[in-house]
Design a protein around this ligand. Sequence first.
Ligand SMILES: Nc1ncnc2c1ncn2[C@@H]1O[C@H](COP(=O)(O)OP(=O)(O)OP(=O)(O)O)[C@@H](O)[C@H]1O
Ligand SMILES: [Mg+2]
Length: 252
Amino acid sequence: MQDEEILRVEHLTKRFGGVIAVDNVSFSLQKGEFLGIIGPNGSGKTTLINLITGFVKPTSGKVTFNHTDITGKAPYRIACLGVSRSFQMARAFHKLPAYKNLIVPLYSPRVKRLGGGKYGERDDVAIDLLDDLGFERDSAVPYKAAGSLPHGYLKRLDLARCMALRPDLLILDELFSGMAMSEVAATLPMIEKFNREGLTIVMAEHRLKELFRVTHRVMVLNFGQKIADGTPKEVMSREEVQKAYLGTEVEG
Ligand SMILES: Nc1ncnc2c1ncn2[C@@H]1O[C@H](COP(=O)(O)OP(=O)(O)OP(=O)(O)O)[C@@H](O)[C@H]1O
Ligand SMILES: [Mg+2]
């Protein structure tokens, strides 16, 4: 199923009053690809993700997922089609134990349709997913109230929530922000593994060094516009990309 288009974004634009947060952005993604999205603060990365996943309605343009027009559809509909996204500010049901936070995707019509485990086994699926992401099953961590967890755990819980939906496309919005180096080091190989197993991944990230370890293709946004799309080496050697990053610290 390689070389088959999974996502197509055409002339996508979002205006907030006088601000053009996303300005006529087009790109497409093949199944199994790993695309990095980079750009300075306020360049439109989160808005682009919000547009693709239905959290924000576009001013104009079109989004096609698996040959279905999903432009402006509700977030839960897009999720049920197989697009999972994490949040820059990780959200959780704070009063629930961490593993119970995965209830919503695990009991979703999508997972039911795909033939997830029996209802009684869903807690085991949740614990397995969390264990892979550093919530050791034999420790107290997966059973603690999500609200009591440190920030880095909340970000990984958000990733586990995404994976529980058994997505075809995973979109990560600054997953590594606020994570300790050791957490990033432990999470990167898991993300690589998901991609190796065939999952298509889009990752907006400021931590370029870590991003460039896992992706061969990077798209650069600046003031809402796509200014480069290519290998990390290609895009970082472009003058307009260096100018966009002038005054900001480029890692890697
Ligand atoms: N709901 C909104 N209302 C008004 N303006 C918005 C809204 N959301 C985003 N913007 C503006 O759109 C632009 C792009 O913001 P966005 O959050 O998409 O950038 P970003 O690349 O994700 O930035 P960061 O790296 O800081 O996360 C900014 O100028 C921002 O202020
Ligand atoms: Mg953002």
